[in-house]
Each structure stands twice: as structure tokens, then as C-alpha cells.
Design a protein around this ligand. Structure first.
Ligand code: UDP
Length: 242
């Protein structure tokens, strides 16, 4: 199995891999010989750190992914302070799109799981246009999980992306991984919806300014409860308690 020889930073109960940038992580997942990292990757943001502090099951779920990368500026800032070197934020949705292109370049077969049937069909079409070798797809509303796993096995896929939201996608990946230990799995939340234009992402400028969280708050005020966690997180960081 390939190893990722990166530093790890402990933030609360979560160890986060200090990937320099998206490119370094991409090369870890599919190396320059086209070999695949066996395991799974999960994005870490302050909200997940805070949830893991209170919920042992969530902490375990995060620990099960071999690759934990820093999404969320709150995580990146802590890593920079601790390591005293540059670390870039790696947004999950962008990582996924870049990974698909890297799979296309090395002709790595990809299987798509998740989202509504129509969104999935659009996602598959768009990826095929980008020369991605999509060898199978199943929408995220199936009943027979074992049948899906068999379908993935028979497709010969090496990279499987799962867009079912958290924690559904992580739970599926953990069970799937046990039966397909040589594959790489990535949970991608609502990425297919964004990729196909069915859901809007925060405009580029907000992202550049690391204000994506503020955009989400303004456009979806119901997230206030979740955002409260971010402030609690920052408070703990400032007091050196995380
Ligand atoms: N989804 C799915 N199966 C389910 C529930 C959700 O495939 O049983 C899909 C849904 O269609 C959407 C994606 O999961 O495309 C992400 O949902 P959400 O935005 O709620 O997740 P988040 O990105 O917040 O984790």
C-alpha cells in the first residue's frame, strides 16, 4: 500500500494531514505512475472537529479515513500556526473535480455513487465529456447496498466517489472499503449538485476571501446553529484549548 508521508497536526480529537496544497494530495491519491492510494479521504473543517469532541462515533468515523485533509480556513490557520509553514486549504469540491481530471489523465476507472438519478446522469455525462473513464454509477437512494458493492466490484473501478451527504456517505464507504480494500473512496457531499449547476456555490470572491461560511450563512440563515460551532472553535483555539 502507498503511504502518505506528511506531518499530522492534532486538533482536538482529530489528526489532520499537512498536505502542502491540492496538487500534493492529488499525487498522493493517484501517483505519477497512475497507482491508486488504497483507502479513503475525508475533509476536516472546524464543525467536524467540534462535533467529534462531543461525539465518539463521529471521532471514530473521521479516524477511519486514512487521509484527513484541511478544508475550512479555521483548520488551516491552526495548522499554519503549529507547523510554522505554508499550508493551503483544500476545498473538497475542487479536490474532487481535480481528481476526476487526474483519473482521466491516467485512465483510472471511476465509479459514481450518490445524488438524485437526474443529477447523477448529468454528472456522468459531463465527466464522460471530460474523458473520465466512468465505468458505472448508482444514485444515492438505493435499498440493496450489497448489490451496489457487487456492481462496483464488477465494474473494475479503482476510484469511487460517494455523494450522499454526511454521515451516510462515510458509513457506506466504511462498509464498502472492507470488501474492496484496493480502491480509493472519497465522500463528496453535494459536489455533483454543484458540478452540474443544480446548486450554486459561493461566488469566487467570497471563496478567495475565505468567507464562504459567511456566504452560506447569509444565503441559508438556518445554518446559524452550525456556525455557532465555528465561533466556539475559534474561541478554544485562541485560548490554546484545542
Ligand atoms: N443524498 C443521497 N442519498 C441520500 C441523501 C442525500 O444521495 O439518502 C444526496 C443528495 O441528493 C445530495 C447529496 O447527498 O446530492 C448531499 O446532500 P447534502 O447537501 O445534504 O450534504 P452535505 O454536502 O451537507 O454533506
Amino acid at each position: 500500500m502507498m503511504q502518505d508521508n506528511v506531518d499530522r497536526v492534532q486538533i482536538g480529537p482529530v489528526q489532520v494531514g499537512a498536505y502542502l496544497d491540492q496538487q500534493q494530495l492529488l499525487e498522493t491519491i493517484v501517483n505519477d505512475q497512475g497507482q491508486i492510494f488504497a483507502g479513503s479521504a475525508i475533509a476536516i473543517n472546524p464543525e467536524k472537529v467540534m462535533t467529534a469532541r462531543q461525539d465518539q462515533a463521529v471521532a471514530q468515523m473521521l479516524q477511519q479515513a486514512e487521509i484527513r485533509y484541511a478544508d475550512g480556513i479555521g483548520v488551516v490557520v491552526v495548522m499554519r500556526l503549529r507547523l510554522k509553514r505554508a499550508i493551503q486549504r483544500i476545498p473538497g469540491c475542487e479536490l474532487w473535480q481535480a481528481l476526476m481530471l487526474r483519473c482521466a489523465r491516467f485512465q483510472v476507472p471511476v465509479y459514481l455513487v450518490g445524488a438524485k438519478p437526474q443529477v447523477l446522469a448529468q454528472t456522468k455525462d459531463k465527466l464522460l465529456q471530460q474523458q473520465v473513464d466512468v465505468v458505472g454509477a448508482t444514485d444515492g437512494y438505493f435499498n440493496d447496498e450489497q448489490q451496489v458493492i457487487e456492481s462496483i466490484r464488477q465494474s473494475g473501478a479503482q476510484v469511487i466517489s460517494v455523494a450522499m451527504g454526511s454521515p451516510k456517505q462515510e458509513q457506506f464507504i466504511d462498509r464498502c472499503k472492507k470488501q474492496l480494500p484496493a480502491c480509493f473512496f472519497m465522500g463528496v457531499g453535494g459536489s455533483y449538485d454543484v458540478f452540474t449547476g443544480n446548486v450554486k456555490r459561493a461566488p469566487a470572491l467570497w471563496c478567495k476571501l475565505h468567507l464562504e461560511w459567511a456566504y452560506r450563512l447569509v444565503s441559508q440563515p438556518s445554518r446559524l446553529g452550525r456556525q455557532g460551532k465555528l465561533f466556539h472553535y475559534l474561541w478554544l483555539v485562541l485560548r490554546g484549548r484545542l
